[in-house]
Design a protein. Structure first.
Length: 322
């Protein structure tokens, strides 16, 4: 396929859309890739990434190796993803600290609609499908009640989180940010990006050093997970699609507890910046919330989040008809 500069510009813009989706729990970068028509090319390009490329480089030159891995496509796409994540991380951090109820309400609406979006793709409703949804819903719910097995600031834990969260790049409908949220590392990941920017712009080596370590561990985990998960998940999606969709649906149903906007803090911890942050909490009714519950605005933002997924689904349906 011969592409012109404008083609790569459009791929960059699609990467920006994917990056925006990956920052927000409930929206999948894989879904955006699917809707924008680059999903299959992305998966194939990822599968072509291996150490064999160095052998091709040595034998046939850099240009041949670059074409083998579809390098220009991946460079444009991942540049867009990086631009988007770096741009939105600061906004997300501000909202987490200043408007948590409205932010989590928006996320709640996103995930609620994503459940319907994924569930609608199940074609055959057998007893096994219902059992899979029920069991994974229960399992996911109890995961949201558990305290992370290590501090989200721990480099090894971040490696594990990157390894698991990269699933979002493989299957449409699964959000990497959402998985980070379940694992308790979402805010740490957002802070890592912000600290990376701050460290570079201010020349603060202490902040930059820690941010680079966290970023490196998340990245290494993601790269390893990408190679491990890509073939397995694609095989499951092609050969056991209904069961895979049922598992994803149940997982997201049970995890709604994690993003319920009104929380009561049960346990705190001191993060790497010396600040006291939540380590464990529980969902409560708005009437029991210690503060202004903002119920009306919360409902509005749930509706906005829900509508966002419906719009994306509508765009995807139009794409399939073309």
């Amino acid at each position: 396929m011969i592409r012109q500069f404008k083609d790569y510009l459009f791929i960059l813009l699609k990467g920006i859309a994917m990056g925006a989706a990956d920052v927000v729990p409930g929206v999948s970068g894989g879904t955006i890739a699917f809707i924008s028509g680059i999903y299959e090319e992305l998966i194939e390009s990822i599968d072509n990434l291996s150490l064999d490329v160095f052998k091709i480089w040595k034998k046939h030159g850099f240009k041949t190796a670059w074409k083998t891995i579809n390098g220009s496509f991946l460079l444009a796409l991942f540049s867009g993803i990086a631009i988007s994540i770096l741009s939105l991380a600061k906004l997300i951090k501000w909202l987490l600290h200043n408007e948590p109820i409205l932010l989590w309400s928006f996320f709640f609406g996103l995930v609620l609609a994503s459940i319907l979006y994924i569930g609608k793709q199940i074609k055959y409703w057998t007893p096994n499908i219902f059992i899979a949804i029920i069991l994974t819903s229960i399992l996911s719910y109890f995961i949201t009640l558990a305290e992370p097995f290590a501090s989200p600031d721990s480099p090894i834990y971040l490696l594990f989180c990157g390894f698991i969260a990269i699933i979002a790049m493989i299957l449409p409908g699964v959000s990497g940010a959402f998985i980070l949220l379940i694992l308790g590392a979402y805010e740490t990941a957002i802070n890592t990006v912000n600290n990376l920017i701050e460290g570079i712009t201010t020349g603060n080596w202490d902040i930059l050093k820690e941010a680079l370590l966290n970023f490196f561990m998340l990245g290494i985990g993601a790269i390893i997970g990408l190679k491990v998960f890509s073939k397995v998940l694609n095989w499951m999606f092609k050969h056991h699609k209904n069961l895979t969709l049922a598992i994803l649906t149940g997982f997201m149903i049970g995890s709604l507890n994690k993003i319920w906007p009104w929380k009561n803090v049960l346990k705190t911890r001191i993060n790497s910046e010396g600040l006291e942050v939540t380590a464990l909490d529980e969902s409560i009714l708005p009437s029991a919330y210690d503060g202004e519950p903002n119920i009306l605005f919360a409902i509005i933002f749930v509706v906005i989040g829900f509508a966002t997924i419906l719009i994306l689904e509508s765009l995807g349906s139009k794409k399939e008809k073309l």
